[in-house]
Design a protein. Structure first.
Length: 558
RNA sequence: UCUCGGGUCGUCUAAUGGCAGGACAGCGGCCUUUGGAGCCGUUAGUGGAGGUUCGAAUCCUCCCCUGAGAACCA
């Protein structure tokens, strides 16, 4: 079993520690992850999932999965299913506690009736425009609705009629009677029910009135016995409202809302609306395009759940807005893949090499380790013969002064095989290099006793045995750190035109023919790659998950 | 402009009146049959001005910067 470092503490855990000490919630810790099923989950949700489920795990508590489905016009079962899959894939489990806010529609309705009876809510028959007009502004107080003082009986009657479908969409709303002059505009008699004659993905046409978030959320939390209702910072201003409903209904054992800063990652966007735009307008191939910051995109790209959980622990939880550098995510990924991904040799851009002093028909079996970080992953055999392919980048006709690889008259080691020397550069009539003629030193077979040392070691594949494959090389989707930073500019202006490069004639070790979708490998010296789900027996397709760190690129730049 | 938040190395995050620490990135070195990994070392920060205190990132005052809030969205 691998060592597991504990999740670092944070201000939310401090609050829970204090609540436990003062016995605020009778020693209970119960959280929830409440996505709206109107889009796919992304890495920002992963932060929240790790936070909520992680707290439940560490405090011996529970975490519910709850779909916040109070707006039938935007929500779909497709999203429900993807969300379930993604949370599970991340490694979390809700047992039998998968709920929907729509499960509580009847209770929520009954609570609303109680508010009306207590004179704390009323039916407003203003139009949306009138509502807006009466709301006032940030600096000026609002005006009370002419319907504000309807009798309890009239309100009850109207609310029932609303529920029974007697009115058209938008003609009436139920509003909480709070304070039209509050500096917090959310408290200026917020709408808590609206008429929407729309089919709901779960309740069908049973309801034609639907509760608003601010009303449904605290009550759903209360119904489920949530103790700590953790959400992102933009809901901070909603907290007085959250508390108001619990107070107005005189509910005991109230949950407590705590806000933290959502994740922003450099070179990407996290807005569901914008991600949807990328999908719908075809900038990416779908929600699971490997360039998307969605969980399904990251999964297809080759990210591991472990790496995402470690990332979540590493970035911590706080209240200040932050833009986390994506290299931190990539670090967590490489850290995990380095330990677990088997090594293999693959040549992305092949350059033929003929070893002129090697016997024509000879084939040798070379021994290679599958993972130097973990010898329990075993060894494999590599065929070596007279004709091989190396990476075009591993040869320079006029070498940079710090270039340690192959160049005319120079020696380099072929990993797990021999040291070779470049004797001749063969070109076509246009001057393109077509092949290299090299000689090998038979004394330098890998594992042998030769003391000969060379500066560079390169990867290769044997021409006869290698098989063809396609590689998809991904780069960041945007060219700037914060594509949404400039309100004057559309984020799509910053899409990286080179975010995907497809290479169709890579050569890989024959063993890889067995690879299955999702299998992950390190292509030695190149990076981590995984088999794409669209890969077929005929054509293996590899997604480049992430490159290896490249200190040569830095030297070359200087 | 009003209300509520938030400002600590380049980035993320600790320090809860008592040595400003960690991670990533960077830089330098060691090691290496992956220019990978690993190991060692190192650079770098409390938005500003006052005040309280033996002592302030932390408490107080003012200023500056920044985020959120005027959907029948969540």
């Amino acid at each position: 079993m691998e060592e597991k470092t504990a999740t670092p503490s944070n201000f939310i855990r401090d609050i829970i520690d204090e609540d436990l000490r003062t016995n605020k919630h009778n020693q209970k810790v119960h959280t929830r992850f409440p996505p709206e099923p109107n889009g796919y989950l992304h890495i920002g949700h992963a932060k929240s999932i790790c936070l909520n489920f992680g707290i439940a795990r560490d405090y011996n508590g529970l975490c519910n999965l709850r779909f916040d489905d109070t707006n039938p016009e935007k929500e779909e079962v497709e999203y429900v299913e993807s969300i379930e899959e993604d949370v599970r894939w991340l490694g979390f489990d809700w047992d039998n506690r998968m709920f929907y806010a729509s499960d509580y529609f009847q209770q929520l309705y009954d609570f609303a009736v109680k508010l009306i009876k207590d004179g704390k809510a009323y039916i407003d028959s203003s139009t949306a425009d009138e509502l807006k007009e009466h709301r006032g502004t940030i600096t000026e107080s609002g005006k009370e609705s002419p319907y504000r003082n309807r009798s309890v009986e009239e309100n009850l009657e109207l609310f029932l009629a609303m529920k029974d479908g007697k009115f058209e969409d938008g003609t009436h709303t139920l509003r909480a009677k709070i304070d039209m002059s509050s500096p917090n505009m959310l408290l200026r008699d917020p709408v808590i029910y609206r008429i929407k004659k729309a089919d709901h993905h779960r309740t069908g046409d049973k309801w034609c009135i639907y509760p608003m978030y601010d009303y449904a959320h605290p009550l759903s939390d209360w119904i489920e016995g949530i103790t700590h209702s953790i959400c992102t910072l933009e809901f901070e201003v909603h907290r007085p409202l959250y508390d108001w409903f619990l107070e107005a209904l005189n509910l005991e054992n109230r949950p407590q809302q705590i806000e933290f800063a959502r994740l922003n990652l450099s070179y990407t966007i996290m807005s569901k609306r914008k991600l949807l735009e990328l999908v719908q307008e075809g900038y990416v191939s779908g929600w699971d395009d490997p360039r998307m910051p969605t969980i399904s995109g990251l999964r297809r790209r080759g990210y591991t759940p472990e790496s995402i959980r470690n990332f979540a622990d590493r970035i911590g939880v706080a209240k200040r807005d932050a833009l986390t550098d994506v290299v931190l995510l990539e670090y967590s990924l490489r850290e995990d893949l380095n330990k677990h991904a088997p090594r293999t040799m693959a040549v992305l851009n092949p350059l033929k090499v003929i070893i002129t002093n090697y016997p024509n028909d000879k084939t040798e079996e070379m021994e290679a380790v599958n993972n130097p970080e973990d010898i329990s992953m075993g060894k494999r055999k590599l065929s070596f013969s007279k004709e091989i392919y190396i990476e075009q980048d591993d040869f320079q006709e006029v070498p940079h002064k710090k270039f340690h690889r192959l160049s005319p008259g120079n020696e380099v080691r072929l990993k797990y095989a021999y040291i070779i020397k470049c004797e001749n550069v063969i070109k076509d009539e246009k001057g393109n290099i077509t092949e290299l003629h090299c000689t090998y030193d038979p004394e330098t077979r890998s594992g042998g006793s030769s003391m000969k040392k060379v500066k560079g070691t390169i990867h290769w594949v044997s021409a006869k045995q290698a098989i063809k494959a396609e590689a998809r090389l991904y780069d960041r989707l945007f060219t700037v750190e914060d594509p949404s930073a400039d309100p004057e500019k559309d984020f799509k202006e910053f899409i990286n035109p080179d975010s995907l490069k497809i290479i169709t004639d890579c050569l890989i070790e024959p063993e890889l023919a067995m690879a299955k979708p999702g299998d992950k490998f390190q292509f030695e010296r190149l990076g981590y790659f995984c088999v794409d789900p669209l890969s077929t027996e005929k054509l293996l397709v590899f997604n480049r998950t992430v490159t290896l760190r490249d200190s040569w690129a830095k030297i070359e730049k200087k």
